[in-house]
Design a binder for this molecule. Sequence first.
Ligand code: MG
Length: 253
Amino acid sequence: MTYSGLYSTDIIRFLQRHHYTQVHPAAALIDMDGTLYDSMKSHTAAWHRMVTELGIEADRDEFYLYEGRTGASTINLIFNRAYGRDASPEEIEELYHRKTVYFAELPPVKPMPGAREMLDFMAAVGMKRVLVTGSGQNTLLNRLDSDYPGAFLPGMRVTSRDVKLGKPHPEPYIRAMQIAGVSPSQSIVVENAPLGVEAGDRAGAFTVGITTGPIPRKTLEDAGAAIVFDSMAAFANALPALTYDLIMTKIDR
Ligand code: MG
């Protein structure tokens, strides 16, 4: 008899699209900003302040769409729009530094509700956990060990310093799979941003989209999310059943 669980329809659609017979989740590759931390409001405020101080017009919410890019990539995007050229390495360094200073001046961001429960469940079932972030900002990277003790072991982190091509390129997630020693069909990606979802799906992972900001669920679905949850807490609650359904749902080829 064919197994059919609550999430089987979404899972089968993903399996068909990627030509897999099954997902066996052995590793979770987890984004940081807007996923582990409720930090996107502060990031967008810091970007907006830095860019408008340059005399470049920008919409605050547009920075939600660039989430996942490296700092250099976002600066180049803005420079090309305003000046028709890339920023120099010196400009990138100075402007990204200024953005991180503005970020650090804002009230400390809080861990995302539900994230700890998600990480605890993954640990309990033996799923490896790898951090995958486009960020290189120590403000948050240095807090991981105290906010999520033991969740991301040394070496189990991919940051902007470890990749040439940031999200939406699949490189960060492919790197994370190599670190964890898993194949794409053994991976689940947890992401809140359209570019991050695109990177996870292009890397071949079962990519879970979480809406934790103003980006609507449809945008995450269009970016390639296999399934979308409305909050980290909702995802954490659903994760045991979703994991069971992933293991049990197969298609014949
Ligand atoms: Mg994010």
